[in-house]
Design a binder for this molecule. Structure first.
Ligand code: NAP
Length: 335
């Protein structure tokens, strides 16, 4: 009999999530049945949607999220003992999974992609859900063309850092906004962004006007709020906006969502196309993204960085640290 530890969300978050909102509990796992596997978690992901989706679920609920695990016992020939599995089973150390049962595309457990020797933790980052988000959000919705100017916010994070680098690979001029001078330096010197700004200290409107005198063609929006309105107001005719997230408001009271300048004059006047998306839309095509991302990373065309926290007991700390902007690249926890 295996005893598993897991994080349970005990109550709705108010503002920034607090340690007391969670409880680490244990449960005895049942013996595996035909088709099932028993896995031991190796890496756990902390992500902004774990904050944003909190209000959707009645408490208590088990904290969902992506994790990479190793198969310890198997009654499923597609997942032999020792193989690695990416699942959405969340913040827990042992899990019984039925890979044939997936109520939603996000719940579908799958074998770790062939990473060609790259670090396995990338399977919950640049070669996982966040990488697929950057890939499909940018290429399917923004459809950047060589020579165009692409702006990305949340630029030094898991999704944003990949978005900017894909845009560079596609021959675009890339401008990023991130929350510290160190992040700005990393984007410009390590990742090859043409220009980056610290949104906390710069006047975004004039900085962007100077960096993109010919206007912005594509905007990959990770943050929402006034910064996004400022960027959208500088877009060119037929510009494309992929709305990926609005982290600037995730910790706000949902009954008092912050206001930002209206966008209709820019949307109409410049005939912009703006589309929100959820990455499971392309769930059956994630392997396509993973193959390209592995190729780019292996060849050195794309750089990836991870912000690693050690220890199961530190997952909460890693989560609020990520929300506060402590991470450069993907925030992950080694359990
Ligand atoms: P991340 O960027 O690695 O981490 C979150 C970052 O958000 C922090 O590092 C912080 O960086 C920034 N941030 C925090 N508060 C902020 C604020 N008030 N204003 C601006 N930035 C703030 O996270 P990620 O996983 O790549 O996610 C980025 C965005 O994509 C989120 O909005 C997330 O919800 C969204 N997302 C959407 C999908 C989808 O399917 N639509 C899938 C994955 C992710 P700074 O230091 O720069 O502030």
């Amino acid at each position: 009999m295996v005893r598993a530890r897991k994080y349970v969300v005990k109550r709705q978050f108010q503002g920034v999530p607090k340690q007391e909102d969670f409880e680490i509990t244990t449960e005895e796992l049942p013996a595996i049945k035909n088709g099932e596997i028993l896995v031991k978690t190796e890496w756990v992901s902390v992500d902004p949607y774990q904050r944003a989706y909190n209000a959707r679920y009645p408490t208590p609920y088990d904290q969902f999220g992506f994790q990479l695990a190793v198969v310890q016992d198997s009654k499923n020939p597609k997942f032999p003992v020792g193989s690695k599995v990416v699942s959405h089973k969340g913040w827990r150390d042992y899990t019984v999974i039925d890979p044939n049962s997936a109520p939603t595309p996000m719940d579908k457990a799958y074998r770790m992609p062939d990473l060609k020797g790259l670090p396995e933790s990338l399977s919950i980052g640049a070669v996982g859900m966040p990488g697929a988000t950057a890939y499909f959000g940018l290429l399917e919705l923004c459809k950047p063309r060589p020579g165009e100017t692409v702006v990305v916010t949340g630029a030094a994070g898991a999704v944003g850092s990949i978005v900017g680098q894909i845009a560079k690979i596609k021959g675009c001029k890339v401008i990023g906004f991130a929350g510290s001078d160190d992040k700005v330096a990393w984007l410009e010197t390590e990742l090859g962004f043409d220009k980056a700004f610290n949104y906390k200290t710069v006047d975004a409107a004039s900085a962007l006007k100077a960096a993109a005198p010919n206007g912005v063609d594509c905007y990959f929006d990770n943050v929402g709020g006034e910064l996004s309105s400022t960027i959208i107001n500088q877009m060119n005719t037929y510009g494309r906006v992929a709305v990926c997230g609005s982290i600037s408001a995730y910790n706000e009271d949902p009954s008092r969502v912050p206001k930002a300048s209206i966008l209709q004059p820019a949307l109409v006047g410049k005939e912009l196309k703006i589309e929100g998306f959820l990455v499971p839309r392309w769930a059956d095509r994630w392997p396509e993204a993973f193959a390209d991302l592995v190729k780019w990373i292996s060849s050195g065309q794309m750089k990836v960085q991870e912000h690693v926290t050690e220890g199961f007991d530190n997952i909460f700390k890693a989560f609020v640290g990520m929300l506060a902007g402590e991470n450069v690249g993907k925030a992950v926890v080694k359990v």
